[in-house]
Write a protein that binds this ligand. Structure first.
Ligand code: SF4
Ligand code: SF4
Length: 472
């Protein structure tokens, strides 16, 4: 039975409720009166339910579809402005005991080189990432209690935070590791992580079990209930996601929103972020072997309707997507992107020889961070390296109430400008610096609070003189 507050996976992600929702969405995809009503509700910018969102995603009416895109842009503009937060993944180890059929790190793959970074190698990777200008990382590691125990992850987090190279520092480490115990989540929280990210891959239990035939990840309930355990362990910023392409996209879209509704109902805090990866080719993985592939149009509509359904949740797009695809979804709701990413173990400090390739997937957007920053500036976005919230204790419901009241924009805009200024001073090419300075000048005018504006101007001056790490 469907119960949004239940702690049992199959009750808060009820298969029957998803099937009923899909049928409802299909039956109403041309129901103009209902679609108009949902759009009207969504215009209040407080979100809509998974059923309502499913109807919008299925909507077949041209005029209404355009209204959905317009509304998504409006919500993006209101809550996130033109700011885009930057991050990079750092793969620590590709040892893995699981059998996920869509990932080249599955344990049956005997020819992919297995690597695990030592603390010294992590230090070198972090220096290389700092030299690019990154401040925010997402740590990735396979599941392997022998090679990648929690102690290894905790030690690695300590190492990363300890590296201070020139003006660089990593100020927020998000973690993407396998589902674990409440006790381990508590340890991660104590180590100072930002968001705990875990992709569900698919919410369809039967397919989930087929896609994960062996290993601890085979256990659907253990995996699906992981965010509840993370919350119990004190981590109140969690990131959801599915791997689009593995399963019927509408099913998983509804699943993500039901998961978000569950977290809100059971813990009072919805997800901090939602990621929207699409399956990509990799070592022994061919996306054509999976039947759920989605077109660029459907991908864009998923982002737009997510933006409408959960206005307070950041949306992340990685370098799995091409420049063109990223450009399209940036306006529709994406608030965070990666740049200059390597998806192999190591690879920032020194490129891997081709015959030692350990990448988890082929990167589609291969540009350097400076090229991505330059491109964002040309499109009128503000690349932001801000990490202020969790460092100021603004996490979980504290963060959400600031976002819901719209107050967060008073922090995001000046923080974006100050961290961009740091980037321009320390890492940017001449052209990027010129474009960035012009943008900062323009964007300062958008800070409506006079006091905040004058403090920001003063801090920008101090950054030019060599001071670093100011935040609101
Ligand atoms: Fe291991 Fe994660 Fe790859 Fe599965 S997706 S094989 S758990 S690294
Ligand atoms: Fe994110 Fe907070 Fe910085 Fe805004 S102020 S960009 S919400 S970390």
């Amino acid at each position: 039975m469907y119960d949004v507050k239940s702690k049992v996976a199959e009750e808060f992600i009820s298969h029957q409720e998803i099937l009923d929702t899909l049928e409802y969405a299909k039956a109403n995809k041309n129901n103009k009166a209902l679609i108009d009503e949902i759009i009207k509700k969504a215009e209040a910018m407080k979100g809509i339910s998974h059923r309502e969102a499913a109807v919008l995603l299925e909507c077949d009416l041209e005029e209404e579809t355009q209204r959905i895109y317009q509304l998504a842009k409006k919500i993006k503009e209101k809550f996130y402005g033109n700011r885009i937060v930057m991050f990079a993944p750092l793969y620590l180890s590709n040892y893995c005991v699981n059998g996920c059929v869509y990932c080249p790190y599955h344990y049956v793959n005997k020819h992919i080189p297995r690597k695990k970074l030592t603390q010294e190698q992590i230090r070198r990777e972090v220096i290389a990432l700092q030299d690019m200008g990154h401040k925010r990382l997402a740590l990735e590691a396979g599941e392997d209690p022998i090679n990648n125990p929690i102690e290894y992850i905790l030690e690695s987090i300590d190492t990363i935070y300890s590296v201070k190279h020139k003006n660089g520092s990593i100020r927020r480490v998000n973690i993407n590791i396998a589902a674990t115990t409440v006790e381990n989540y508590r340890k991660l929280k104590e180590a100072g992580i930002g968001t705990y990210i875990l992709f569900q891959e698919t919410y369809h239990k039967e397919n989930y079990e087929k896609l994960h035939p062996t290993g601890p990840k085979h256990n659907y309930a253990w995996h699906t209930e992981a965010m509840d355990r993370a919350m119990e362990g004190g981590i109140d910023d969690v990131g959801l996601g599915v791997l689009f392409g593995l399963n019927n996209y509408l099913y998983d879209f509804v699943g993500i929103l039901m998961h978000a509704e569950h977290l809100e109902a059971a813990f009072g805090v919805g997800p901090h972020t939602i990621s929207v990866p699409r399956i990509r080719p990799a070592d022994d993985i061919d996306p054509n072997n999976f039947e759920g592939g989605i077109s660029d149009d459907i991908f864009a509509k998923i982002v737009a309707v997510l933006r409408i359904a959960v206005p307070y949740t950041g949306i992340i797009v990685s370098t799995r997507e091409s420049q063109k695809s990223r450009e399209r979804v940036l306006q529709l709701g994406v608030s965070q992107i990666s740049g200059g990413s390597r998806t192999n173990v190591g690879g920032y400090a020194q490129a891997e020889p081709e015959d030692e390739d350990t990448s988890q997937f082929d990167v589609e957007d291969k540009r350097t961070l400076d090229q991505v920053v330059n491109w964002l500036l040309s499109l009128g976005h503000i690349p932001s390296f801000c990490t202020a919230c969790y460092r100021e204790g603004r996490t979980g419901d504290r963060f959400m109430s600031l976002v819901k009241s719209g107050q967060i924009a008073n922090c995001c805009q000046p923080n974006a400008l100050m961290t961009l200024k740091e980037y321009l001073e320390d890492y940017a090419s001449y052209d990027t610096k010129t474009k960035g300075e012009a943008l900062i000048k323009d964007e300062l005018k958008k800070i409506t609070n006079e006091k905040v504006r004058s403090i920001t101007i003063e801090k920008l001056r101090l950054i030019e003189q060599g001071h670093r790490d100011f935040r609101f």
